[in-house]
Design a protein around this ligand. Structure first.
Ligand SMILES: C[S@@+](CC[C@H](N)C(=O)[O-])C[C@H]1O[C@@H](n2cnc3c(N)ncnc32)[C@H](O)[C@@H]1O
Length: 226
């Protein structure tokens, strides 16, 4: 297995604008109630008190996709990971407004959480508009590298799904090349529509909306873990 620590240094912003009082209250009151424990092995029972199916979103941004999926599947446990505080606040707002009790959040590196889950325990992993790191010398920082993908593959159940969305042409080509080298995932697409049109059960994210407004193409990849 390749070293999943290749991208272990967290790059990118941890905080943007200062929080308003209501947002700070969400971080102080709601976040501790639904935060993923900071150490030890994780499973559905520890996180949700039962044996429900689990899904993980890596880098949920402001949380609209995470909340949309959680609302659509109340019997599934969702683990959202995002190091950016202002994004976490956005997700907390959705969780409060939707009275969602099936979401747990980790403010930090998603791989730290994924590696503490049992092998073959996840039914889906989402990676939507990951930071593109467009310069070739930064390619190792991309989440779509064999180290992180080995870890994700190990934690997905056979037949489970890995979803990647991107509007970045370089990242799109790079991801297709990387996934093409793997024998543990099959691309589900049969026709171009399958990756050019957003599937109905794929809520739009903030980055995706912004990309479309800027006239970018968006690609939706769905892979099955063999
Ligand atoms: C371009 S944004 C996309 C956000 C969101 N998925 C969307 O589509 O609107 C990429 C996000 O990934 C987060 N991120 C970067 N590295 C991460 C990591 N190791 N674990 C979890 N999130 C990460 C960043 O903080 C950022 O919010």
């Amino acid at each position: 297995m390749n070293d999943p620590t290749t991208i272990r240094r967290l790059y990118g912003r941890r905080q943007g604008h200062a929080l308003r009082a209501g947002q700070a209250a969400l971080v102080e009151e709601l976040l501790p109630r639904i935060a993923v424990p900071t150490d030890g092995a994780l499973d559905a029972r520890r996180l949700f008190g039962d044996e429900r199916p689990l899904q993980v979103e890596i880098g949920f941004g402001a949380g609209e996709h995470l909340a949309g999926q959680a609302m659509a599947a109340p019997g599934t446990g969702f683990i959202g990971c995002e190091p950016f505080l202002n994004g976490v606040v956005g997700a907390l707002g959705h969780i409060r407004d939707g009275a969602l009790d099936n979401v747990r959040l980790h403010m930090g590196d998603a791989l730290e959480v994924i590696e503490r889950l049992p092998d073959e325990s996840l039914e889906r992993v989402y990676l939507l508009h990951p930071d593109p790191w467009p310069k070739a010398r930064h390619a190792k920082r991309r989440m779509m590298n064999h180290g992180p993908l080995d870890l994700i593959a190990a934690k997905l159940k056979p037949g489970a799904e890995f979803r990647l969305g991107t509007d970045d042409p370089t990242y799109c080509r790079w991801s297709m090349m990387v996934m093409n080298q793997r024998r543990d995932f099959v691309w589900q697409a049969q026709t171009a529509r399958d990756f050019l049109e957003r599937p109905q059960d794929w809520p739009e994210t903030r980055y995706e909306r912004k990309a479309r407004r800027q006239g970018h193409e968006v690609w939706y990849f769905r892979y099955t873990r063999i």
